[in-house]
Design a protein around this ligand. Structure first.
Ligand code: IMP
Ligand code: MG
Length: 166
């Protein structure tokens, strides 16, 4: 279990680093829906530099616990990416397939820079190695729920992060 106070404390550390790294720029934070919505809201309120926000929605899991490896786009970007500093905000990187898709999608639009922040990182589950710039917590290859993360669309509203048994 990762408690909400520990999550918030780690988010403040991540934000402090991002504020420092992006000083003097106006980055665009892109949240990956739905899972990142709570993390995004907490992170963005710790950001003290000027910034913009947008959201992207992908689907790959259906309602299952294992990745289908088939990523689809359900909501496109509305922001200008060209020549902007892009920061992708993700809840969890598992196989890395979603992030690989996002990376290619953004790269096509010629950003000035591209970085990734993820709250959770299942290092041992990664199939496609991708450089993650800011990691909240490294976690084992186990399914987790709460704090925005779902199982079959439910339990996103739980305050803390829990491992799903079974
Ligand atoms: P990947 O493409 O396999 O890296 O999967 C990334 C996406 O799958 C994340 O954005 C999550 O929405 C979802 N996901 C992966 N692992 C979990 C988990 O343990 N709990 C809930 N959702 C997960
Ligand atoms: Mg997600």
């Amino acid at each position: 279990m990762i408690g909400d106070r520990r999550i918030k404390a780690r988010i403040r550390e991540l934000a402090r680093q991002i504020n420092k790294d992006y000083k003097g720029t106006v980055p665009v934070f892109i949240g990956i829906l739905n899972g990142s919505f709570i993390f995004f809201a907490d992170l963005i309120r710790e950001i003290t530099i000027e910034c913009e926000v947008d959201f992207l929605k992908l689907s790959s899991y259906g309602d299952a616990k294992i990745t289908s490896g088939n990523v689809r786009m359900l909501k496109e970007l509305n922001c200008e990416v060209e020549n902007r500093d892009i920061i992708i905000v993700e809840d969890v990187v598992d196989s890395g397939l979603s992030m690989e898709y996002i990376k290619k999608l953004i790269a096509q639009k010629n950003p000035k820079s591209f970085r990734i922040v993820t709250l959770l990182y299942k290092r041992e589950a990664v199939k496609i190695p991708i450089a993650i710039d800011y990691v909240g917590f490294d976690i084992p290859k186990e399914f987790v729920i709460g704090y925005g993360l779902d199982y079959a669309q439910r339990m996103r509203n739980l305050k803390h992060i829990y491992r799903l048994k079974g």
